[in-house]
Design a protein around this ligand. Structure first.
Ligand SMILES: Nc1ncnc2c1ncn2[C@@H]1O[C@H](COP(=O)(O)OP(=O)(O)O)[C@@H](O)[C@H]1O
Ligand SMILES: NC(=O)OP(=O)(O)O
Length: 322
């Protein structure tokens, strides 16, 4: 049996065109968790991580709209809030699914902090898209009404607010995660990439940023010695020339090929870029298999029928999965 870290994208939990009601998020989480529960039922040891880009950004939009009567919180606190509510929904969904299959097993979620460096250049260059997708007209209207925030065009899907996204160097609660795993629990952790903190003389302090959950997931996967890092997102496969007439979907690539495509600019910052960089980080730290795919293709990907498999070198290409 394998140890698997499965990362679910925030955009899978609030999908394009949805406002993000709890009913919508619950339905999406149920869809995401069903194949994960299959793996738990098969006896694999599973850690679930998740994004929070749409959710944490929506909290800021709500807070701005009510700022005349209620205080704004710092971004790390909104990150913690999103960890709490998404962690709750995911742990309840997995535990319920396990119970309905007659399995005496549970999922737990852990409020998790990750350490970042105050000197990370990311603090001066926001790249992480959060919150809703704006059309150009919506953006112009918001700015005309006094809004102001840095933004990017996000992979052809619209414009989004961007915030600093420093690289995590340490998972503060790693020992607790391992303790929970050793009790045969499914652990939901590093939600939203973990709450970013800096360490001042042994004292932790939250900072204004949103960590990329793909980096935090890769770091954790390497530290717990996961056999597989799954990155579940909105597409079944990674592509070169994405969105162009000559788009080519990739079944497999080696670490070197991934680095080559990344350097060619095939994977944008803030969307596919961090996933490929996270895959590279995991493989360089001893990881053996990364699979990037969509939720509905998770099972097919394990059987080699879908997804993009990224492996250390050509010799590992024919490795039997799971
Ligand atoms: N080269 C590429 N191959 C596949 N998808 C790409 C590529 N470049 C950009 N994308 C886009 O990136 C998206 C994944 O990023 P994003 O939605 O930000 O991630 P998350 O699922 O973690 O929220 C895909 O759904 C796709 O729209
Ligand atoms: N924090 C984070 O990486 O969120 P998304 O997966 O939603 O972008």
């Amino acid at each position: 049996m394998s140890k698997m870290l499965i990362a679910i994208g925030g955009n899978a939990i609030i999908q394009e065109g949805q406002k993000g009601t709890i009913a919508e998020q619950k339905a999406n989480i149920e869809q995401s968790c069903a194949p994960i529960v299959d793996l738990i039922e098969q006896g694999h040891q599973v850690v679930v991580t998740h994004g929070n880009g749409p959710q944490v950004g929506n909290s800021i939009v709500k807070a701005r709209m009510s700022s005349d009567v209620l205080p704004m919180f710092p971004l790390d606190v909104y990150g913690a809030e999103s960890q709490g509510n998404l962690g709750y929904l995911i742990q309840q969904t997995i535990t319920n699914m396990l119970a309905s299959r007659g399995l005496d097993k549970k999922a737990v979620s852990l409020v998790t902090q990750v350490q970042v460096s105050e000197d990370d250049p990311a603090f001066n260059q926001p790249t992480k898209p959060i919150g809703p997708f704006y059309t150009k007209e919506m953006l112009d209207k918001a700015f005309a009404e006094g809004e102001s925030f840095p933004y990017v065009e996000d992979s052809g899907r619209g414009y989004r607010h961007v915030v600093p996204s420093p690289i995590p160097s340490q998972i503060i609660e790693k020992d607790a995660i391992e303790a929970l795993l050793s009790k045969n629990l499914t652990v939901v952790t590093v939600g939203g990439g973990g709450i970013p903190v800096v360490n001042h003389d042994g004292q932790l302090k939250g900072v204004e940023a949103v960590v990329d959950k793909d980096f935090a997931s890769a770091l954790l996967a390497a530290e717990i010695g996961a056999d597989y890092l799954f990155i579940l997102t909105g597409v079944a496969q990674v592509a070169v020339n994405f969105g162009k007439p000559d788009q080519r979907n990739l079944d497999k690539m080696t670490l070197d090929e991934a680095v080559g495509y990344l350097n060619e600019g095939q994977f944008p910052k803030g969307s596919m870029g961090p996933k490929i960089e996270a895959a590279i980080l995991f493989l360089k730290n001893g990881g053996k298999n990364v699979i990037i795919t969509s939720i509905d293709k998770l099972t097919d990907a394990l059987e080699g029928k879908s997804g993009t498999l990224i492996v250390p070198n050509a010799d590992s290409m024919n490795h039997k999965l799971a």
